[in-house]
Structure formats: C-alpha cells, structure tokens
Write a protein that binds this ligand. Structure first.
Ligand SMILES: Cc1ncc(COP(=O)(O)O)c(C=O)c1O
Length: 426
C-alpha cells in the first residue's frame, strides 16, 4: 500500500492515460489537466516530438553513468544559452551548467557552489519552497515537515547555528509598482539583516513567483529593488525557476525577463518534458568552477535519455513560439476569468500561472475557514465537471490554475465555464 494524500481533493483519482492537456482515469472519464505536474508537463502529455526523441534515444543509448556523451555536451550548451543568449560566433558560453536529476538536488548543488564562492548563511522568502530533501527542507516553508525534521534531529543539530534568514514575501500581487507598504516592509527586513550580517551571508535564494506554497506574485519592480540591495552587500542571488522557469511565466528564464540577473539559475520539472527527471544549475564559469572536481556525483544525473528529451523539450519551447503566446493568452484568460466568477475572489498571475484568492470572501462577512471550505468545494466541483485545478495556500483558500503552455483556446474557455458554473449552482 502506498501512503495516501488525503488532504488533497483529488485523492482517490487513478489516472491511466494522458494526451496533450487531457488525462483519463481508470473508469475512462476525461479531465482537463490544469495542474500539469506543477509545470513538469508544460508541453502536455505524450508530446509527439518528445516521444519520438525518447524512443530514438532508448534504442540507441539510455544510460552510461558519469561518462561524457554528445547529448550531454549539446544540452549543457543549449541550457547555458538560455541565460547567455544564443552565441553564433563561438562554442564558448559565458555560463557553465551543472546537470542533476531532481529539483531538490539542483538547489543543493547551487547552494554548495554559492557557499564555495562566499561562505555564509542563506536568505530566503517566507513561503518559499525549494524541495523536501533534508537540506532543502531547511530553507523551505514545509509546514508539517517541521515536525519530521525535529524527529530526525536535523533541526536540533542545526539549532543555534542560525543558518538562514527569512524575508517576508510581499502580498501585494503582480500589478504593484514595487513601492507599497508590503514591498517596503519586505525590503526593510532584508536591509536590516544585511546591515548586521552581510559579512557572513552567502546568498539569497528566490522564486520569481511563490509556487508550491500558494502561487503568490510580486512585481518586477520589487524584485529589482531586492536584488539591487543584495548586490550592494555582495550577497549572491540564486533564482529557483524549477517551477516558474521554462515558460510558465511566459519566458524561458523568468528573472532575466523581469530585468534582474541572478548569479545562479536553477531549472527542473519542465526540462524533462514530463518524461524524465532532469534539472540544471547555471552560473558564470568562474563561480561554477569554484566547486572542486569530484565534489559532487549522482548516478542518474545527465543520462543520455534525459539529456536527449531535455534537448527536444527546449527545442519545442522555442520552435512553437510559446513564450509570447503564453503571456498574451494568460492575460486574456485572467481577464475573462475575473468577469466570470464571484467579485469577492481576486485573480492574479503571470503567463500561464494563475491563482484565484478566496481570502477576500472572509472580508465580506464569511470566516476564513469558510473561504477554505468554499475553495475545497470549488475544486471538487471542477473535478466533477472534468477539470483538475490545484487547491493551495497556507490557509488552503487559493486555487492555482496551471495548464500546459500549449493548451488550446477552446480548453481555456471550457475551464472558465466550469469554474464559473460553481457560482451558478451554489
Ligand atoms: C520552486 C521549486 N524548487 C524546488 C522544487 C523541488 O523539486 P523536486 O520535487 O524535483 O525535488 C520544487 C518542486 O515543486 C519547486 O517548485
């Protein structure tokens, strides 16, 4: 027996097939997949080009631990170019790439490299999520896993060492000008920490939008302010784009598109096209070279199958001109959704990452646990109508809508109709 996920409205669903933006359960019922593996399936299920690449590679060479192979070097170059821009002149990229297999491992590697360059503590956002390995759980808002960390003694062994500092993530949303009270308060906490600890702070790890912990968005202006501040103290910046990079926010690298350049970018999920786990850390050559040879290894990292699928995934993301279409269609989707659901719900987002925040319902006389109950019922209603959306947020009163980047317009419209029908039957 596997361990259950009884906190999830989708608990009990058993899926047996996926194609494009649709999943089928064991009884043959179809669902529009507006969760899409939290961005692991950004190109939809069973994309024909990804399947063809995987099949070819499987029959050629699937695995060879540690060794170099052409798909690995080709992928390292392509991933570096996502940050450097395509360099037609030479094969020498400005950045270097470290390939790994999961998101949490890649975050740990970025952390180690940052530490090798500048030892010290880590800064992170409240509500950030960087994985559930023992190290990444320590810099994540993992809620219930605090208890687990206590149990295994990790927290106890780290106690007193004050390994990291937590900066509040502003709750003002994507449209803010970056100068509101929330943004100022967040910057003030960061400045205060840096005034006292700049000498022994290594890096800040950021998500360009909070993913797993509730789909919260802040403006580019806020991020630029924060990154400028960190730089002025010599603190390195790690952008964890495992969930929000590679198209989710309408750009391949969300931080660069937003006008702030991190020292390290971490990618995962979507890089493997929903077929093979693969992740990457990208940073300047000089910084990346600081991690000594032989310091890291991982059995399945950068295997030929994963590299070949990742190469094809990047190529599809570029070829299908998805980025511009994701930004434009995402904005239109949110505009239409706003007009179709209760006025007490706030809709926010960027690209194809959209959230409905129900907390405003409690300001209208409902209690906040009512907002959570309504959110639960709404997700269950959508599921009944064949639409999968994700219940999220600390108080579980937010609904994240995460379609594949190539989801057809008709499916987007259908999702809006299903979501709005909840308010008609209520
Ligand atoms: C921003 C972010 N970082 C790290 C991770 C961890 O990735 P993985 O589950 O592949 O270890 C996730 C997973 O959801 C994530 O969203």
């Amino acid at each position: 027996m596997g361990a259950g996920r009884s906190h999830d409205p989708h608990a009990g669903l058993v899926f047996v097939r996926g194609c494009g933006g649709t999943l089928w359960d064991i009884d043959g019922k179809a669902y529009l997949d507006f969760i899409c593996g939290y961005s692991a399936v950004n190109l939809g299920h069973a994309h024909p080009r990804l399947l063809a690449a995987a099949r070819t590679q499987l029959s050629q060479l699937a695995f060879c631990t540690g060794a170099s192979h052409p798909w690995r070097s080709e992928l390292e170059k392509k991933v570096a170019q996502l940050v450097d821009g395509p360099s037609l002149e030479s094969n020498e990229t400005k950045s270097k790439v470290w390939l790994s297999s999961t998101g949490a491992r890649a975050v740990e590697i970025a952390w180690k490299i940052a530490f090798a360059n500048r030892p010290g503590k880590m800064m992170r956002f409240h509500l950030s999520y960087h994985g559930r390995s023992l190290a990444t759980a320590h810099i994540s808002d993992t809620g219930s896993s605090d208890a687990l960390r206590h149990q295994v003694g990790v927290k106890a062994s780290m106690e007193g060492q004050d390994l990291h500092c937590v900066i509040p993530f502003p709750m003002c949303g994507r449209q803010c000008d970056g100068k509101c009270e929330d943004c100022d308060a967040s910057i003030d906490v960061a400045r205060h920490w840096l005034d006292c600890h700049s000498e022994d702070t290594s890096a800040m790890i950021l998500e360009p939008a909070i993913g797993a912990r509730g789909y919260y968005f802040a403006s580019g202006a806020y991020f630029r302010r924060l990154v400028k501040l960190l730089r002025s103290y010599g603190v390195q910046v790690i952008s964890d784009e495992i969930q929000m990079g590679l198209g989710r926010l309408g750009s391949m690298i969300a931080s660069i598109d937003d006008g702030w350049k991190p020292d390290f970018v971490v990618l995962g999920k979507s890089l493997g096209g929903g077929i093979t786990p693969i992740s990457a850390v990208i940073g300047d050559r000089d910084r990346m070279d600081k991690l000594p040879q032989g310091f890291e290894s991982e059995t399945f990292a950068a295997n030929p199958l994963a590299c070949r699928v990742a190469l094809e995934a990047i190529s599809v993301l570029n070829d299908e001109s998805l980025m511009a279409s994701v930004s434009r269609r995402g904005n239109l989707f949110r505009e239409t959704l706003r007009g179709a659901i209760s006025a007490g719900c706030r809709v926010d987002g960027r690209g194809f990452a959209t959230v409905i925040d129900l907390s405003g319902l409690s300001n209208q006389g409902d209690r906040s646990d009512d907002a959570s109950r309504i959110a639960w019922d709404w997700v269950c209603h959508a599921q009944g109508q064949g639409l999968l959306v994700h219940l999220t947020g600390v108080e579980r009163n937010r609904i994240a809508i995460i379609p594949p980047l190539n989801m057809e317009d008709a499916a987007l419209q259908q999702a809006i109709e299903i979501l709005s029908s909840f308010w008609k039957v209520k």
